[in-house]
Design a binder for this molecule. Structure first.
Ligand code: HEC
Length: 114
């Protein structure tokens, strides 16, 4: 009886160790774009002073809810040709492609705050 128990214990131990093989690579870490981490820094740097608290424009991009609700307008304006009617940042230079892509990804990722 005791031998049988030890035998079973050994099998369980082998199965357990086998399940720890390298084939069980952890799932790839998916990093989602968020407002506070990725988007706010861009908008604060590039849309200042007009769209920040105290600025002339009623749309405050340093506010999460406003930015989220107006995301389609933001994407539309920053993707226009520099200098075209309605282009943003007004009187500024076009955002780099990486920043445009990040803003689009923020929307695709579900407009997360954090
Ligand atoms: C120099 C000031 C200035 C800067 C900088 C600026 N804007 Fe604007 N923005 C305006 C003004 C003025 C308007 C209103 C006139 C218009 O709609 O074009 C406006 C309007 C907008 C609108 C339209 C909102 C609506 O409800 O229709 C969006 C979207 C926008 N800006 C996005 C941005 C973004 C994003 C940036 C930064 C990348 C930016 N703006 C930088 C002055 C500015």
């Amino acid at each position: 009886m005791k031998t049988k128990f030890l035998f079973l214990t050994a099998i369980v131990a082998v199965l357990f160790l086998a399940s720890c093989s390298k084939e069980d690579d952890p799932a790839p870490v998916v990093i989602k774009t968020t407002y506070n981490k990725d988007i706010k820094p861009i908008l604060v740097a590039k849309c200042t002073p007009c769209h920040l608290a105290g600025g002339a424009n009623p749309n405050k991009w340093d506010d999460f809810t406003t930015s989220k609700n107006k995301i389609d307008f933001i994407i539309n304006r920053v993707n226009r040709e520099a200098g075209a009617a309605g282009f943003m940042p007004l009187n500024g230079t076009k955002l780099p492609a990486a920043e445009l892509a990040l803003i689009a990804k923020w929307k695709a990722d579900g407009l997360l705050e954090n």
